[in-house]
Write a protein that binds this ligand. Structure first.
Ligand SMILES: Nc1ncnc2c1ncn2[C@@H]1O[C@H](COP(=O)(O)OP(=O)(O)OP(=O)(O)O)[C@@H](O)[C@H]1O
Ligand SMILES: C[C@H](N)[C@@H](CCCCCC(=O)O)NC(=O)O
Length: 158
């Protein structure tokens, strides 16, 4: 995020579980022959919550990505009753992906705090990006009236 490593980063609090293979967590854990330590993740989240006003937990991939063969990311969010910030964009296919995700969120009673609409990468032809933005904005107003819809501009230095 363009800031130097914090003490919490150096202590491993912000990355309590790291696996070798860049894949779905359930597979990465299996390949490392080491189950995800959810207690460790919860302890780190709790400790960070005592130090900061807000703690963001980034999911690996999308909502339906398995953490284990029995637990999907979305189910972990529901189990922990975390409010959700969902990131989407104007790529072709995004309407389908977003509305399917919204169905799954609603079905599990998860609080959808915010939808972030990422305007990156900047595209020449904004026809699809603009229509997708308005479609999702309108859909949220109708079906998720309490959810914020915010645009994320392209940030030059990440
Ligand atoms: N708004 C933005 N402005 C500038 N660069 C961006 C922006 N959004 C994403 N990027 C670039 O795209 C890369 C991937 O974006 P991001 O991490 O959001 O994707 P992701 O779907 O979360 O990927 P992964 O699942 O691998 O973490 C970022 O590391 C960054 O370099
Ligand atoms: C390794 C990838 N970059 C990503 C994991 C994506 C898992 C996708 C699984 C799937 O949907 O098939 N990790 C992450 O978002 O941190």
């Amino acid at each position: 995020m363009g800031i130097p490593f914090t003490q919490e980063d150096k202590k491993g609090l912000t990355m309590p579980e790291i696996f070798s293979y860049p894949a779905s967590p359930h597979l990465a854990a299996r390949l490392d022959n080491r189950p995800i330590d959810f207690d460790k993740i919860k302890r780190s989240t709790q400790e960070l919550s005592e130090r900061y006003d807000y703690v963001l937990l980034e999911g690996a991939g999308g909502l339906m990505v398995p953490l284990t063969t029995e637990l999907l990311t979305i189910d972990y969010i529901a189990q922990e009753q975390y409010p959700l910030i969902f990131v989407t964009s104007g790529k072709l296919g995004s309407i389908n992906h977003t509305l399917l995700s919204l169905e799954a969120i609603q079905r599990r009673g998860i609080t959808l705090d915010t939808v972030l609409y990422n305007l990156y990468p900047t595209v020449e032809d904004k026809t699809i990006q603009n229509d997708t933005m308005e479609f999702i904005r309108t859909y949220l107003k109708k079906n998720f009236p309490g959810t914020k819809f915010l645009l994320v501009p392209e940030i030059s230095e990440i």
